[in-house]
Write a protein that binds this ligand. Structure first.
Ligand code: GLY
Length: 382
């Protein structure tokens, strides 16, 4: 688990889903091999590359070159950056562009970007011509360790995040770790929250390794590939056992019930990136677990200490603009959580912790103790 891996050799993680199985290829400069890998996987395929303006400026030319080199035709489809593109309008733009480019059943859609592009391109691929295959080329740390793997695709509804979507697995994931060098430190840290999540939910040894090696992950040393591969292996194993989230896949939502409500309360704006919401949400989940007597208070402190050490927000009071603009009160946060997919007949589903490395699904949590807990956390002095 904790051994360093040779940074020059790409690491392949297999997602074992039978005839829907695929490889995740992780390493520096693996984007250059995109064309040869696609040519081997789908000879004769044409491609459409769905990306956003920011990613296009940095990586579209290199991606098209990797395809051109082996004679693969590619049509770029460029959407606006940001969560706003995960909308009905964004979906229409991509679907119509795929149809106009005559991308057919034997062709491939390539999602080149972060979580927004991956979710939007994947969902478009799942419905155009009743299903096109797609390749994920994630360009953010968060997308490399989470959203590009496992087949969750979709858009947001005015009622909430990811409420319209489909399970649609990619046929290949290419995670080029050199691409992460151009992320802002804040974006990188937000993705790191999802890496720490895998340690917190199921692997105490990995969590301890992260505590010792996080600086090298940020610097881009061989620890980065190891952290991404370990995260992808953890996710691939869970997805292989529970692709449609009828059971243990829900563990991957650690920090997300609180986190999604906080993202919604801050308008899905730059005040709180998704990974930052997950960081605050994981600490809240740990502290709530400690309050219920399930988790040692020291373990909750250990989690929040590590996230704070890498520069992530861990308290409601850390959320940008809180002092100026305020945050929704406990009742409003409860209402936002009730709209989440994690609610069933008035009972909330939370992923709680029994230890660092041992998360459990609690699907019968009464709302009142959660409301009281949030009211106390909101009232904490800065
Ligand atoms: N991001 C959680 C999952 O893919 O299930």
């Amino acid at each position: 688990m904790t051994a360093q891996l040779n940074p020059s050799a790409p690491i392949t993680v297999e997602v074992a889903l039978g005839d829907r199985g695929y490889d995740i290829v992780i390493g520096r400069d693996v984007l250059r091999s995109l064309g040869t890998r696609i040519a081997a996987l789908r000879p004769g395929a044409r491609t459409a590359i769905v990306t956003d303006r920011t990613v296009a400026a940095s990586w579209l030319a290199q991606t098209q070159e990797a395809l051109d080199d082996v004679g693969i035709v590619s049509f770029p489809i460029v959407v606006e950056g940001g969560e706003g593109s995960k909308s009905y309008a964004g979906l229409q733009q991509v679907c119509e562009a795929l149809i106009a480019a005559k991308i057919e059943r034997n062709d491939l859609v390539i999602a080149l970007g972060g979580g927004v592009v991956g979710d939007l391109a994947g969902f478009s691929a799942s419905i155009v011509r009743r299903g096109l295959d797609f390749v994920q080329v994630p360009t953010s740390l968060l997308a490399q360790v989470d959203s590009s793997v496992g087949g969750k695709t979709g858009i947001n509804s005015p009622h909430g995040k990811n409420l319209v979507g489909a399970f649609h697995q990619p046929v290949l994931v290419i995670a080029d770790t050199a691409v992460l060098d151009t992320l802002s430190p804040r974006q990188f840290r937000a993705g790191y929250a999802e890496v720490a999540k895998y340690g917190a939910l199921g692997d105490e040894a990995f969590f301890a390794w992260l505590e010792a090696n996080h600086a090298d992950i940020v610097r881009g040393g061989s620890a980065r590939e190891h952290a991404i591969a370990t995260s992808c292996r953890a996710k691939a194993a869970i997805v292989a056992r529970d692709e449609r989230e009828t059971g243990e896949r829900a563990l991957l939502n650690l920090g997300h019930t609180f986190g999604h409500a906080l993202e919604a309360a801050t308008g899905f704006s730059d005040r709180l990136f998704h990974g930052e919401g997950v960081a605050v949400g994981m600490v809240l989940a740990a502290e709530f677990s400690a309050e219920r007597g399930m988790l040692a208070a020291d373990a909750a402190k250990r989690l929040s200490h590590h996230l704070a050490e890498v520069g992530l927000p861990t308290r409601l009071q850390d959320i940008a603009g809180l002092a100026q603009e305020g945050l929704a009160d406990a009742d409003a946060l409860m209402a936002l959580m009730a709209q989440d997919k994690k609610v069933k007949r008035g009972r909330l589903t939370f992923i709680l912790l029994e230890a660092i490395g041992r998360a459990v699904i609690a699907n019968d949590v009464e709302p009142q103790p959660v409301r009281d807990f949030l009211a106390r956390k909101l009232a904490d002095k800065i």
